[in-house]
Each structure stands twice: as structure tokens, then as C-alpha cells.
Design a protein around this ligand. Structure first.
Ligand code: ATP
Ligand SMILES: Nc1ccn([C@@H]2O[C@H](COP(=O)(O)O)[C@@H](O)[C@H]2O)c(=O)n1
Length: 542
């Protein structure tokens, strides 16, 4: 897959292709006026509410106008670029397609704002490989030939050079004149000639091999599916939510109805955030109400799977703490069984012996996530190298798994009743233990990155090679065994963690947990398929 920043490939070349993760939000035509502090404030609040979102697409006309240095160096422009950069710093990828008002956004703005500028649009490729052509939309107004001529001129190299080199006052004066002239010209033109043309939309989408087209520009909402093309158009989303009316970041985020969000099943209109928890829900934390936890519905079950050392327990523990949920470390239970097997001198490869040991163990958890084996904290004894070496064969026995899985479901149900929900992590929590979890995540990272992380944790950076071998052996064992092999569930959100800090991973997961179901359910309803979260905790099949 190719990808090029600041692409100008519209002149005949193929557009860049960019992978779009689930949770990508597309907005457009915000028309943020950097001279209006209230609007700048609203915009920065909106951006703050997006921290942790994997990707944000801006479909052009982000700014009311952007001539160059005048806006970039103004107080409002500086604040906007800083807020974009903070969002990028939270791990959100920001893709900006300039519009007809901010086509002079340049490489230095992109650097300061931490975004990727895609001058002629791009093709977004979703997890299921479906393709979306992303444009501002003005290039589709082909009946307006004078505008198309002007468009080519103003986007040309000499004009961009002039904008960069002219003193701010001069470029601003020219821009004002151009805007006035353009407003007069637009008013004189017949309505029909200003509209994006369907034949051009079909032609460009087909050339890009895209079944979906995402545009802005005309300030009208559109979601129609005809002639083999689903055409989505965002409205002038900015005006209401970015004004002073949106008092809080969550309000700014929740009122983003005129945006599209990418789910596993495709793009959906973004609707308001889900209802908070019912009053009376017990919180495990004392002290003030945790507002983020309030945004996650009661009886939430989040399941996280992934290969060894990818950061499942780190992410699950932090996420559970952050959302006031119970943390269920399923691997710790298999480790406890493996330790007991070794302690009793049984053979880890002997299924009957391992089953007998498992039957004799009582596994439970404290509310803070501490594993108790026969009433005693399991402690570091389950994390020795010896246990780590033998846990995979022990956990591969079907009869052992059956007992352990049943216990995991009981524990999750008990704890979820007490705390309002649970975050479980392991190898089969999304596929076997809790197939109806509200949110399923599959974490990934390259084996080398995982080995580096583990070596750093153990304070033996020189032994990365040995740890890499161990990780690869466990991956192989866990993913090829007959019973519940490690695999990504079809409806799990894949989160690639190379290059993300643990905090950024958690930010992303918290974002996914807040922003609703990703499995085809209506946003607003807690889950799809008619099941309840209690069903999810019991592991009922859909
Ligand atoms: N995003 C991250 N970036 C860097 N280091 C990380 C990240 N996430 C976790 N780590 C570190 O990587 C190591 C492995 O993390 P963790 O134990 O959470 O992985 P795991 O998937 O639960 O592993 P296992 O399946 O072997 O139990 C730990 O030292 C942790 O601090
Ligand atoms: N759901 C699970 C969780 C773990 N295992 C097995 O246990 C081993 C230890 O797990 P850690 O997460 O603590 O490293 C792991 O390698 C798996 O073999 C499992 O089978 N299912």
C-alpha cells in the first residue's frame, strides 16, 4: 500500500492509499475563523474530546480562510495548530484534504499541526479492504468551468510561492479581494452549475476502484447509495458544535452528528454519545465521580486478545482502572495451573494429570485483580521462567481449558455485578470465553518489538534474541493448538501498537469503549444481536 504526504497526484497520477482503522472520524467544512476566540475555543475543545481516536479525516475548509503566515502565526491559528498537534501526540492520525478556502495550507502548517496534508484527496482502505475515495468535493463541480480554471491557477506552484513570500499584510489584502470577488461570482452563478456532478463522482470513484465516496464542500448532508456508489457528504458541521454553545468537550464531541465514523460494517453517521450509566451503579473507586466511567454503559465487558508480550495485561489493567471495571487476567489462571502441575511433579504434557491438578485448585480474584490460588495471592511464583516455559503445553489441553473457561465466566459475572463490568485479557477471551463482549480488541505488535519490550522489562536488553525465540515459540504453540487457538475474532478491532506507548494504547481503547459498539449495532443501543451484557459475561453464543 502506498502513501504520500502532501500529494499533488490529481494530475493524472494515482491517489495515495491510506489504511483507515475502525473509529476513524470524517468531518468537514468547519470553517473555523481563527480571528474568533470563541470558535477557536470550541474547536480546541472538540479536538481534546477526540484524543485517543485512531484517525481523524478533515474533508477540507477546516478554516474559514487560510492564506498562509497571517493565519498560521495569529493567536487563533497558533492555538488551532497546537491543538491539532496535541491530538496527533495522543496517537491520532490526522489526514487533512484542503478545501477551496484553505488550499494554501502548507507543509510547515502540517508539521506544526502534526497532520498529513493530502492536496488532492486520497483513497482510504478499511480493515475489510473496502475502498473510500476521499475528496473535498469542489473538483466534482465540473459544470462550473470558470471555477475549475481558477482552482487550477490558485493551486499552482507560483501562487503557493507568492503566498509564502508576500508580506502578511499584502497576502491578506489579496485574499480579501479574492474572497469578495468569489462571493460575488458565486452569487451570480446558477445553482445547478455550482453543484458536484454525479457523472464526475462516478468517474473518479470508479478510477479509484472505490465503492464509497466521501466529500464535503456543499454544506448539505448526503448518504445515498445508487448506481453502485455510496456517496457520503458531511454537512457544515462546524457551526453549532464549535460555537460557545458546546460547553464541554464531551458536548462538542457528542454533537458531532454531521460527521461519519468508520465501523467494522462501513461508514455510519456519527450520532450522540451513549447514555451514561444508570444512577446507583457502584464504583470501585472512592472519591469524586469518574466522568469517563459514566460514559461507559453499565455491565460492560471488554475483551482483549493478542500474542505474547504485546501489552495486553498492561493495557487491560490500566483501562480497567481508568473505567472503574474489574481486570480479569486469564493468563494468570493458566499460569497458576502450570505452577501447580510443576509443583506436584506432574508432566505438563499429560492431560489427565493436568486435569486432576486443575480440578483440585480453587482460583478466585480480589476486586483489585489479584489472583488467589486456594485463598492465597498467587504472587510472582506464577511468572518464573520455568512456569512461562511450561504454561503453553498445560493450557493446550482441552479438558483443562473447559474448567478454566467456566471459572473465568463465573468470575467475570460475579465481578461485573459488583463493579459494573470487566476488562478481560488473554488468548481466547474474544473468540471463546466472551464471544459476546461489548468491545473486542486484538492487539498486535511485531515479534521484535514485543521481545524488546519484554527484555527492557526484565532489565536484560542484551538478551533480546533469546526472548524473541521464546516469544516466537509461544506464539506458534498458542496459535496452532487444537483447542481455542489464538486468532483474531472477525468482529474484533485490531489495534497495532508498534510505535504507540502504553498510555496511547489505553487512550485508544478508552476511546473505543466510550464511543460505542463496532459490530453493526445501532450507535445508541448498548449492543447488537439482542443479547445483553449479562449474556456476554456468560459467554452466550450469538
Ligand atoms: N505500548 C507499549 N509500548 C512499550 N512497552 C509496552 C507497551 N505495552 C506494554 N509494554 C511493556 O511490554 C511488556 C509486556 O507487556 P504485558 O506484560 O502487558 O504484555 P502481555 O501481552 O500481557 O504479555 P503476556 O501475554 O506474555 O502476558 C511490559 O514490560 C510492558 O510494560
Ligand atoms: N486466555 C488465555 C490466556 C493465556 N493462555 C495461555 O497461558 C499462557 C500465559 O499467559 P500470559 O498472558 O500470562 O502470558 C499463554 O502463553 C497461553 O499459553 C491461554 O491459553 N488462554
Amino acid at each position: 500500500m502506498t502513501e504520500r504526504a502532501d500529494s499533488r497526484s490529481g494530475r493524472g497520477g494515482a491517489l495515495p492509499e491510506i489504511r483507515l482503522p475502525v473509529g476513524t472520524l470524517a468531518i468537514g467544512d468547519l470553517h473555523v475563523d481563527v480571528e474568533r476566540p470563541d470558535v477557536v475555543e470550541g474547536f480546541t475543545r472538540f479536538l481534546a474530546a477526540q484524543h485517543g481516536r485512531p484517525c481523524l479525516i478533515v474533508l477540507g475548509d477546516l478554516f474559514e480562510y487560510w492564506i498562509g503566515k497571517g493565519q498560521a502565526n495569529s493567536a487563533g491559528g497558533t492555538r488551532c495548530l497546537a491543538a491539532l498537534s496535541e491530538l496527533a501526540g495522543s496517537g491520532t492520525r490526522i489526514l487533512v484534504v484542503p478545501g477551496n478556502r484553505d488550499f494554501l495550507l502548507g507543509a510547515s502548517d502540517a508539521r506544526r499541526g502534526g497532520f498529513t496534508l493530502l492536496a488532492d484527496g486520497f483513497v482510504g482502505v478499511a480493515q475489510d479492504r473496502s475502498r473510500t475515495l476521499v475528496l473535498h468535493g469542489d473538483e466534482l463541480c465540473t459544470r462550473d468551468t470558470s471555477y475549475q480554471r481558477l482552482r487550477r491557477v490558485v493551486r499552482s506552484g507560483p501562487v503557493r510561492w507568492l503566498a509564502r513570500t508576500l508580506p502578511t499584510a499584502a497576502s491578506s489584502a489579496i485574499a480579501m479581494r479574492l474572497r469578495e470577488a468569489s462571493t460575488r461570482a458565486v452569487a451570480r452563478k446558477p445553482e445547478a452549475s455550482k453543484r458536484p456532478q454525479r457523472d464526475e463522482a462516478l468517474r473518479r470513484s470508479s478510477a479509484a476502484n472505490a465503492r464509497t465516496l466521501l466529500t464535503g464542500h456543499v454544506h448539505e448532508f448526503r448518504d445515498d447509495d445508487r448506481d453502485g456508489l455510496r456517496w457520503l457528504c458531511v454537512d457544515a458541521f462546524g457551526h453549532a458544535p464549535l460555537g460557545p454553545a458546546a460547553a464541554t468537550a464531551e458536548e462538542a464531541s457528542a454533537s458531532s452528528r454531521d460527521a461519519f465514523e468508520l465501523h467494522l460494517g462501513g461508514w455510519r453517521v456519527r450520532s450522540s454519545s451513549r447514555a451514561g450509566r444508570p444512577p446507583g451503579r457502584t464504583s470501585r473507586t472512592d472519591g469524586p465521580v469518574n466522568p469517563e466511567a459514566m460514559l461507559v454503559p453499565a455491565m460492560t465487558l471488554i475483551a482483549i486478545d493478542g500474542p505474547s508480550g504485546v501489552g495486553k495485561s498492561t493495557a487491560a489493567r490500566l483501562l480497567a482502572r481508568r473505567l472503574d471495571l474489574f481486570f480479569l487476567d486469564t493468563g494468570a489462571m493458566y499460569r497458576a495451573v502450570a505452577r501447580a502441575v510443576l509443583e506436584r511433579g506432574a508432566d505438563p504434557h499429560d492431560e489427565a494429570a493436568c486435569l486432576e491438578v486443575t480440578r483440585g485448585l480453587h482460583l478466585a480474584f480480589e476486586p483489585d485483580g489479584t489472583l488467589l490460588v486456594d485463598g492465597e495471592p498467587a504472587g510472582p511464583a506464577i511468572r518464573t521462567e520455568r512456569v512461562t516455559r511450561h504454561v503453553s503445553p498445560v493450557s493446550a489441553h482441552g479438558s483443562v481449558r473447559e474448567l478454566v473457561v467456566a471459572r473465568q465466566r463465573e468470575i467475570a459475572a460475579e465481578m461485573a455485578r459488583a463493579t459494573g463490568g470487566a476488562v478481560a485479557e488473554g488468548r481466547d477471551t474474544t473468540t471463546v470465553v466472551f464471544p459476546n463482549a461489548d468491545l473486542k480488541v486484538f492487539l498486535t505488535a511485531s515479534a521484535m518489538e514485543r521481545a524488546r519490550r519484554r527484555a527492557a522489562e526484565l532489565g536484560i536488553p542484551d538478551e533480546v534474541g533469546r526472548i524473541l525465540d521464546d516469544i516466537c515459540r509461544r506464539d506458534e504453540h498458542d496459535s496452532t493448538r487444537a483447542h481455542s487457538p489464538l486468532r483474531q475474532a472477525d468482529d474484533a478491532v485490531r489495534v497495532e501498537t508498534d510505535g504507540l506507548t502504553a498510555e496511547q494504547v489505553v487512550e485508544r481503547l478508552a476511546f473505543l469503549a466510550r464511543s460505542g459498539p463496532f459490530d453493526g449495532a445501532d450507535a445508541g443501543s448498548p449492543r447488537s444481536g439482542g443479547g445483553t451484557s449479562s449474556d456476554a459475561v456468560r459467554g452466550r453464543e450469538r
